[in-house]
Design a protein around this ligand. Structure first.
Ligand SMILES: *Cc1c(COP(=O)(O)O)cnc(C)c1O
Length: 239
């Protein structure tokens, strides 16, 4: 193995151990939690190593960075998640490689994603991104819709050609009532998921938890954790 592949293998093993321990502590089966490795800012060569090491889900947050990387890795058996704030003028590109968009947070984005998914002849999985720190605008600073906006957006996605409503995503808030209370934030997301599934039983994905707080997310019931730096190291630049 190369030094880099060795390093990634070691980091992956540590993250795997953390997830397994958190599952055991929560009385959950390890299979209930899917690891998504967030490869933003890291090169396609790392994505290739990760695939060789058994990773099957990767995530990116900027189309400029993700599009060429996904093209270079098109031969790999990977599911690509888009998790960043998404401008409508990037939607056509993102739909070209993403299997799921986890950051759906406004009606205009639903319309644009639907149009491009139909055009590309694909079905795109969508998660509603929930901002638990949304202010009076009803939107979070890092994207996301306030809890009150979930139902309407979910209905739009469920009814949109080319789109599939898969569930909810959140990032633990840095401000507001949930600042520093990751587990409470993720438990709130679970409650919102339970409510959503009454109307949309198949929308059972709950994407929460990153390198610093994956244990809290697993304890709260997350089905997917999104881990970047704990696997790949400190990011070379902001992303
Ligand atoms: C970068 C990012 C992550 C991963 O963050 P780490 O702290 O590096 O694990 C998870 N989710 C989203 C939406 C991100 O942008």
């Amino acid at each position: 193995m190369t030094d880099r592949k060795d390093e990634l293998a070691g980091n992956l093993a540590k993250v795997e151990e953390r997830i397994a321990t958190a599952c055991a502590a929560a009385g959950r089966a390890r299979e209930e939690v899917t690891l998504i490795v967030v490869t933003k800012t890291f090169p396609a060569s790392d994505v290739r190593f990760l695939a060789e090491l058994g990773v099957r889900h990767v995530a990116e947050n900027r189309d400029q960075d993700a599009a060429p990387k996904a093209a270079e890795c098109a031969d790999l058996p990977l599911t690509w998640h888009f998790v960043g704030q998404l401008q409508t003028n990037k939607v056509r590109s993102v739909v070209g490689y993403a299997d799921l968009v986890q950051s759906v947070d406004r009606a205009r984005l639903v319309t644009a994603l639907s149009k491009e998914a139909v055009r590309a002849g694909r079905e795109l999985g969508c998660l509603v991104q929930v901002a638990l720190d949304a202010g009076a605008s009803g939107r979070g600073e890092r994207g996301g819709v306030a809890p009150e906006g979930i139902e309407e957006l979910a209905g739009l996605i469920a009814g949109a050609p080319g789109l599939r409503l898969d569930g909810l995503m959140t990032v633990a808030p840095l401000t507001g009532e949930y600042a520093g209370r990751q587990q409470a934030a993720f438990e709130r997301l679970m409650d919102l998921s339970t409510h959503l599934r009454r109307a949309h039983p198949a929308a059972n994905m709950v994407s929460a938890g990153m390198s610093a707080d994956l244990e809290q997310a697993v304890a709260a019931g997350a089905t997917h954790v999104r881990v970047g730096s704990a696997v790949l190291g400190v990011r070379p630049r902001l992303g």
